[in-house]
Design a protein around this ligand. Sequence first.
Ligand code: NDP
Length: 274
Amino acid sequence: MVDKYLVIGNPITHSKSPFIHQSFAAQTEQNLSYDKQLVAVDEFENFIKQFQAKGGKGCNITVPFKEQAFSLADQLSPRAKAAGAVNTLIFNSDGTISGDNTDGQGLVADILAHDIVIKHKRILLIGAGGAARGCILPLLAQHPQVMVIANRSKDKAITLAEKFGNAGNVSGCGLDEISGEFDIIINSTSASLSNQLPNIDQAIVANASCCYDMAYGNEETCFLTWARELGVLHTIDGLGMLVGQAAESFRLWRGITPSTTSVLAHLRQQLKQS
Ligand code: NDP
């Protein structure tokens, strides 16, 4: 029987996960199916249990269910605990469910794939939402010199930084309080989705050597255009992170790490044509 996987969200129509995972399966000759599933907001837990009972092997979880998946899992990985959110569920043979968060691994893998060094560098993480939370531990595992988390709602950044205080040199502040110079700036806000820029001093951006925007689209995001026009050498969008988090989920399920290069190139081409 074919092993069944799903990505679950609401909305889910535009998810690229089925294409990505089907490509990984073909590349690695794994016998599996991977589909997308729209689930009503109050039906998440029921749906998961039913899918598990029918022999499903695992799921990716997207908006708005990542926190519910976190609560549902019987075991959580350290990075899922740190994120407070789960994007990958693994149905174990003993009937338990493990939860993990692969977003941060996807981000780090993509940054490193661009030959950007994180070790000993100064990182500015803009935003303190779910995506930011998922990335802090994997970024700290690369041993940056400093990480500053800056958020529009300042208290969220400070609370988040305090949570990770023991794991590295991490501090939090408001967007108008950022000081110092940074090598890598990561925009984890959802501002780009509405064509807005986070309200930060342009000198901070101009001094960076790499700006990463977790958002992506068929055109360059406004944050990356801003950074490029300010002379930032490396500007990278979140498409590689998307493929990277999928590769890490695939590894957790199948024990094999797929190559992301051709899938990413294909998605990039699709985006350009849309
Ligand atoms: P959340 O809703 O959890 O958090 C949104 C964050 O953006 C908050 O910190 C919020 O600040 C901030 N924000 C929103 N609008 C603005 C603005 N105009 N100016 C400044 N800050 C703003 O979203 P997520 O963390 O889940 O997602 C954030 C982004 O990351 C999205 O673009 C999403 O598409 C992307 N993403 C990409 C992934 C990938 O694989 N490439 C994976 C996951 C997410 P405040 O707290 O003040 O409201």
